[in-house]
Ligand binder design. Structure first.
Ligand code: CTP
Length: 405
């Protein structure tokens, strides 16, 4: 199973002044690769080891350095920076930074931000072995770890090993991959769908007529992929059953490729049991009865006629009562008219819990935005303003989180 993505997460990285600062650059790279947004605060000491330019280039944001800078304070000041973040990471955390944080000293941007933050703080200490072993440092760390609730600081490392100063022992900053793992662990605690399993269908199906032709539709899969990504970002373990589309699998999502409705149904069944099912695929209602084994040739008698047979209804099947029915089943209703009546009728006919209705006469296929109405089983509905498919996905997943809360 791939690692869960950090796509909705914002990390504020404080880079202190130590030789290990160079490893902070690799950490920024790993965080960005995992999908997180990263902003960096560079202390004066940190700037002796890495340049603001490297950090800015890797993070994709300007680097924050001064407490009293007209530029920094107007774009994003220390209070705003600390609110913006989901997690504050200090790497390397020097003995000086640890001492300031433990004693509430606020005399530069890094220490002020640490005091102002209302988010968890993770420190990756790095210093000379004698400094690390000094009771003052250990007392400061014990104090930081012991603060109540959110204020309790988490730590990762240091590792044992040969140090840049030539001495040997504990004090080397944890490797960036270990810091990334610690970040994931801390954030997982905040992810409300952690431990829940979800199956999402997306895209069109393709029903072959012969080896070269088939019946399909104009679904792009974008909405279903965005929902899979949003569920994974909230900690769910997601299987994405996808028809043929040209999209990358969202990070942390297990994708299963299928072509036909029959294959899609088998893949959904194989993903059960799960807690959440979101059936957003545009499944072909019919398939060709007796797919030709060779290419059908043009014949003098005129065009061939195709005999169609009905495909299994995956949504109705998964919604049927039984021990394997997911706790929450969500269907889609793509309509070109009478959205409210058609969506409501579909909700009761299929037996699902919610239906996301959208009017597809409105240039939705392949587009990046969508206008949807959410219909619930209790007869209520909510019309959402046109928004990006990613925002529709986030709004839907927020409702799912509230449902399970
Ligand atoms: N669906 C499904 N299996 C099918 C057909 C549809 O799981 N064989 C699901 C879709 O993924 C969607 C919902 O049912 O969540 C509604 O799909 P839609 O094509 O709008 O409905 P149909 O049942 O095909 O009804 P109609 O063609 O009459 O609009």
């Amino acid at each position: 199973m791939a690692e869960a993505p950090l796509t909705t997460h914002r990390i504020l990285l404080i880079v202190g002044g130590g030789i290990a600062a160079y490893k902070a650059l690799e950490l920024v790279r790993l965080l960005r690769k995992a999908g997180a947004e990263v902003r960096a605060v560079l202390t004066d000491g940190g700037a002796q080891f890495v340049t603001p330019l490297s950090l800015a280039a890797l993070s994709g944001h300007p680097v924050h350095q001064a407490l009293f800078s007209p530029d920094d304070e107007t774009t994003m000041g220390h209070i705003e920076l600390s609110r913006w973040a989901d997690l504050v990471v200090v790497a390397p955390a020097t003995a000086g930074l640890i001492a300031k944080a433990a004693n509430g000293l606020a005399d530069d941007l890094a220490s002020t931000t640490l005091l102002a933050t209302d988010k968890r703080v993770l420190m990756a200490p790095a210093m000379n072995v004698r400094m690390w072993q000094h009771p003052a440092v250990q007392a400061n760390l014990a104090r930081l770890r012991g603060f109540d609730g959110l204020h309790g600081v988490a730590t990762v490392g240091p590792d044992d090993g040969e140090m840049a100063c030539g001495e040997f022992g504990p004090g080397r900053m944890a490797e960036p991959v270990a810091i990334l793992a610690a970040i994931r662990d801390l954030l997982a605690g905040d992810r409300p769908l952690a431990g829940r399993r979800a199956v999402v269908t997306a895209g069109p199906t393709f029903e072959p007529i012969d080896p070269v032709r088939g019946l399909t539709n104009r679904s792009s899969g974008k909405q279903g992929y965005a929902i899979a990504a949003a569920l994974a970002a909230q900690g769910a373990t997601v299987t994405l059953v996808s028809g043929p589309v040209g999209l990358d699998a969202p990070e942390g999502v297990h994708r299963v490729w299928v072509e036909t409705a029959v294959e899609m149904k088998a893949a959904v069944d194989a993903a059960l049991p799960c807690d959440i099912a979101v059936m957003s695929a545009a499944v072909a209602d019919w398939r060709v009865d007796g797919v030709a084994s060779g290419k059908i040739k043009k014949a003098p008698g005129g065009p061939p006629s195709l005999a169609l047979i009905e495909n299994p209804d995956i949504l109705a099947g998964i919604s049927a009562p039984g021990p394997r029915r997911p706790a929450l089943v969500i269907g889609f209703a793509a309509e070109t008219g009478d959205l409210v009546d058609n969506a409501r009728a579909k909700l009761s006919r299929k037996g699902c819990d919610w239906i996301v209705g959208n009017d597809v006469s409105d240039d939705v296929f392949g587009a990046d935005s969508n206008t949807v109405t959410l219909f619930l089983r209790d007869g209520t509905s909510q019309a959402w303003a046109r928004q990006s498919k990613a925002d529709v996905a986030r709004a839907l997943v927020d409702r799912i989180v509230a449902h399970f809360a």
